[in-house]
Design a binder for this molecule. Structure first.
Ligand SMILES: C[S@@+](CC[C@H](N)C(=O)[O-])C[C@H]1O[C@@H](n2cnc3c(N)ncnc32)[C@H](O)[C@@H]1O
Length: 308
């Protein structure tokens, strides 16, 4: 039987309802996922993020294999790659290179938004618009008026804005460096980044309301990113904890490696300690520390999830 987009979306939602890292009983999020047509945000040609025998990432072309394309759109754990090498590689066939934009997997988008926990009417800043899909879910929950999304790549920003408008969603789409945030729309109740950082940008901390929530992937010495959830103090600082293991593309300005000691990481951490990590970030520095087992105020979900 050939399943419609709606049928595949419902099946994907069902699978994510059964996973501890899925909706976890969050009904507004499940409804937003069911209401927003993910396929409307996916380009017709995307790369599948696993190499085939020739060592390259295969292209899925909607016009050639519409069923395979649609099934890929609704794989809970699959991000689809929409840009390689900052757009230097055209989507004309299998390719190799560095992933620089994607539509994040349904599972990781849900996890990000569950930890963000936006409320209707809030001011929300998203960094890394990508296709605009996460932006559409945010707008569905909070309403267009308070949502600002920033994308550094002008072509991606323009396409995302077109898709959002076509879907009847009207958040502010800003082309710019998201590490600067967007002071004009703040201060924000929530800030979420869909690109990872090594150092939490100072502008985000300044633009967060007192008690505001910041959710971002943070590079770790463990070989993957940690999703961190921090609460702002309204004076340019925020503190919180690691809540999940994820994997994201880096914000453009933070691609070069830096010594972890310079980024506030203590030495000698074991990878198994990630659930006990607390993070404090301010205008001067950021600090990561492991609290004694069992003393962590917020524990994450077990298991790694690839996000991009
Ligand atoms: C994983 S993708 C975003 C996926 C998006 N949430 C979606 O589902 O379509 C990360 C995006 O962050 C963007 N990006 C990287 N550095 C940035 C920066 N400094 N400011 C704004 N966007 C940035 C990339 O161009 C890319 O589109």
């Amino acid at each position: 039987m050939v399943m419609s987009a709606e049928g595949l979306r419902t099946r994907c939602a069902r699978e994510m309802s059964q996973s501890p890292r899925g909706f976890a009983g969050c009904s507004w999020l499940r409804q937003a996922f069911l209401d927003v047509p993910r396929e409307a945000f996916v380009p017709d040609r995307v790369w599948w993020p696993a190499r085939t025998g020739d060592g390259r990432y295969p292209l899925i072309d909607r016009s050639v294999k519409p069923r395979a394309w649609l099934k890929a759109v609704y794989q809970p754990g699959a991000a689809l790659i929409t840009q390689i090498d900052d757009g230097a590689v055209l989507p004309t066939g299998p390719a190799d290179g560095v992933f620089t934009s994607s539509i994040s997997s349904p599972g990781v988008v849900i996890e990000l938004l569950r930890h963000l926990a936006p409320e209707p009417g809030e001011r929300i800043l998203e960094i890394g618009t990508g296709t605009g899909y996460t932006t559409a879910l945010l707008s569905h929950r909070a309403g267009d008026a308070g949502v600002v999304t920033v994308e550094i790549d002008s072509r991606l920003a323009a396409r995302a804005e077109d898709r959002l408008r076509a879907a009847g969603v009207n958040p502010r789409v800003i082309m710019g460096d998201g590490e600067e945030g967007h002071a004009g729309g703040g201060p924000y109740d929530r800030i979420v980044s869909t690109a990872s950082v090594r150092r939490i940008p100072r502008a985000w901390l300044r633009q967060l309301k007192p008690g505001g929530v910041l959710v971002t992937p943070l590079d770790s010495p463990f070989g993957y990113d940690l999703l961190v959830r921090l609460i702002g103090d309204g004076h340019g600082a925020a503190a919180g904890a690691a809540v999940a293991q994820v994997e994201f593309m880096r914000v453009r300005g933070q691609r070069p490696r830096r010594p972890y000691a310079d980024l506030g990481w203590p030495s000698g951490l074991e990878a198994t300690q990630w659930r006990d990590l607390q993070v404090a970030a301010g205008q001067e520095d950021q600090r990561i520390a492991a609290v004694a087992d069992g003393a962590s105020p917020r524990r994450g979900w077990a298991g790694e999830l690839v996000g991009w």
